[in-house]
Design a protein around this ligand. Structure first.
Ligand code: NZQ
Ligand code: ZN
Length: 384
């Protein structure tokens, strides 16, 4: 294992039905003026908006609304949030939603306390924010694990880039599986596949040896696969719903990443496609993953073979054969759970967008293969 320092600041409040008591307890620790951040409409439709504002009022809070944070949150939406925080003297941001709402708030929290432009700060001045408005996350759609870390993925529509920015950690994460019951199954599947992708992206990072983080990772991957199958078979399976929620948290709370680098080349490629198409994150990952892995068979065969044996239960006569069987098993699973394997299934048919994505995506040093942009374009084109 490589050397590491591990410190973890997010209080985890896990449990079916825990939201009301957890929110009320957490509110006792924060200031009076609360910004309630949420997405495009599901919160009001499900009745959760009324319940949460009721709980906040019971706790003596003044609530300011910041709704309409859509999937793939934009830099403009971040600026709107930062403006509200400043104008209303907000003490605390409560993010209620999936990865998009939770990510957006991390950057609002930093931008509201910074005079400079947070995008330029990261990508031109190479500085990270140090001052933040305190926040907490209530997860209503699990999978990204965004509530667990201080990275956020923001789309800069003007620059045509969807890239990571660093913000603040949420001080708590409320993981109540009951809140996810209204998420459409298509999004549940896409979210759970995102969790599996985070595991694989971490597992396949350098060095490719087998450390404790990777062995824990194998258990999480097996758990995601098993519980996603169970939840698709029975959407009322609350146990499976809870397991997937905690899988999602474990994949992104840093534990699996200790003592190694991560890969995340598939993610950076998907984000770049997202900047041009606004596509669904988990679906985009499903299209790219098998194709990308077939391009790194030579460099990553031992690790892919290990994943094949220990996660997918496949074994060929040689390491190469087992590695190839691992990728086939992954692709078969993607088809089984109804995720797309080709761009046209997602309505993406313009090759020039894929070229632009390959030309702008971040290249990852932790990936076991140093991809050229031409080869990344080949990967994307193979899925047309
Ligand atoms: O906007 P509303 O109306 O709320 O609907 C949302 C949205 O349409 C809906 N939804 C959420 N909770 C619901 C619900 N519908 C019914 N009932 C509920 N309880 O779900 C849809 C998708 O929401 P979104 O937040 O966009 O999905 P997800 O959680 O997959 O987040 C995706 C974003 O997270 C980023 C992605 O790039 C993408 O921008 N990621 C963030 C990561 C991080 N910070 O660690 C890691 C990931 O790799 C990922 O890149
Ligand atoms: Zn992801």
């Amino acid at each position: 294992m490589d050397n590491f320092t591990y410190r973890y600041p997010v209080r985890q409040r896990f449990g079916k039905g825990c939201a009301e008591s957890a929110i009320k307890e957490e509110m006792a620790r924060v200031g009076r003026n609360v910004l309630l951040a949420y997405g495009g409409g599901s919160l009001k439709r499900s009745g959760l908006y009324d319940r949460i504002t009721g709980w906040l009022h019971e706790c003596g809070k003044t609530v300011t609304d910041y709704g309409g944070i859509l999937p793939n949150p934009t830099y403009d939406k971040v600026q709107e949030g930062a403006r509200i925080v400043r104008e209303q003297g907000i003490d605390f941001i409560l993010a209620v939603g999936g990865g998009s709402v939770i990510d957006c708030c991390k950057i609002v929290s930093a931008q509201a306390r910074t005079d400079g432009d947070i995008w330029d700060m990261m990508y031109e001045e190479h500085r990270l924010p140090t001052e933040f408005v305190p926040m907490g996350a209530v997860v209503t759609a699990s999978g990204t694990g965004a509530e667990q870390n201080n990275g956020a993925v923001i789309t800069n529509t003007e620059k045509k880039l969807k890239q990571p920015l660093v913000g603040s950690y949420h001080s708590f994460a409320i993981l109540d599986s009951d809140l996810t019951r209204t998420v459409p199954m298509k999004q549940v599947i896409s979210g759970a596949f995102d969790t599996l992708s985070h595991c694989m992206e971490t597992y396949m990072g350098r060095p490719l040896g087998d450390n404790l983080s990777d062995e824990i990772n194998e258990a999480v991957m097996r758990n995601v696969i098993r519980n996603l199958r169970a939840l698709i078979a029975d959407p009322d399976d609350d146990f499976a719903r809870g397991e997937l929620m905690w899988d999602s948290a474990l994949a992104e709370n840093g534990l699996l990443k200790l003592g190694k680098q991560t890969d995340f080349q598939c993610h950076m490629l998907e984000h770049a496609v997202g900047a041009y198409t606004d596509c669904n994150h988990g679906q985009g990952l499903a299209v790219i993953h098998p194709a990308l892995y077939r391009h790194l068979l030579a460099e990553g065969k031992e690790k892919l073979a290990r994943m094949g044996e220990r996660v997918w239960g496949v074994k060929g006569r040689t390491t190469e054969e087992t590695a190839a069987m691992c990728i086939d098993a992954l692709e078969a699973f993607i088809r089984e759970i109804g995720l797309p394997v080709r761009w046209n299934e997602m309505g993406i048919t313009d090759e020039t967008l894929l070229r632009a994505a390959a030309d702008t995506c971040l290249l990852m040093p932790g990936c076991c293969k140093a991809f050229t942009r031409d080869e990344l374009f080949e990967v994307l084109k193979e899925r047309m």
